[in-house]
Design a protein around this ligand. Structure first.
Ligand code: FE
Length: 222
């Protein structure tokens, strides 16, 4: 069986949000698919480990903000690689509330859905949602998961259905900087490819994708 077959399926990149006692919560998902037209319903797959999962079940509703290619990668990083349990994820994110649920500021479009059914898998809850609100917000091109990976160099958060554990890297202690080495964010997998040598970046430089600090980068083979 060749699991790479799955790499040929198409996905998008979405902020899946809801509310908990009036507070905005949300995470990043890449699996949201329209399954019927009348009524307009979608399925959204959310990992059991995402705090948002239980909040959707409790609120009985969720919103999907569709990221565009021009979206701020930090928004994706903040929602995708941090947990609401560790602090307010929406503090630094541009958003508006629709029916109490946060909609990402630079979303191409968004929809609000009432949970009408759900199915449990071993790792994810698949929510079936009927749309009751929706709007197209810009003419930016919706971001595909493939674009996110190839252009933004993003990787799957651990809770994504498409996550695959990285292969063990051979650790080299105090290895000298070599041409075939790259600096990779241990949090989100972003690979630094700027013109300034990584070592010369200012101490307060952070990962453009997830906001991790410089010391959360590791040097690995290219
Ligand atoms: Fe990162």
């Amino acid at each position: 069986m060749d699991r790479k077959m799955l790499h040929n399926l198409s996905y998008g990149l979405y902020a899946c949000t809801t509310e908990e006692d009036g507070k905005p919560v949300g995470c990043i998902i890449n699996t949201c698919v329209q399954v019927t037209s009348e009524p307009a319903t979608v399925i959204a797959s959310v990992n059991h480990d995402n705090y948002t999962n239980a909040c959707i079940a409790k609120a009985g509703k969720f919103a999907i903000s569709i990221y565009g290619e021009k979206a701020d990668p930090k928004s994706i990083g903040t929602l995708g690689y941090h947990s609401t349990k560790d602090g307010d994820k929406f503090g630094d994110i541009d958003y508006k509330l629709v029916d109490g649920m946060p909609i990402i500021g630079d979303a191409v479009a968004y929809g609000c859905f009432k949970v009408i059914d759900k199915m449990e898998t071993s790792t994810h809850t698949v929510f079936l949602g009927e749309m009751y609100e929706g709007e197209v917000c810009s003419d930016d091109t919706p971001m595909t998961y493939s674009y996110y990976r190839s252009v933004l160099k993003g990787t799957s958060p651990k809770n994504a259905p498409t996550y695959e554990a990285p292969k063990e890297e051979a650790k080299e202690e105090e290895a000298p900087v070599a041409d075939n080495k790259i600096w990779r964010c241990m949090l989100c997998g972003y690979v630094y490819d700027g013109d300034t040598p990584f070592e010369e970046l200012p101490d307060d430089w952070t990962c453009p994708l997830c906001g991790a600090t410089k010391d959360q980068f590791e040097q690995v083979d290219a």
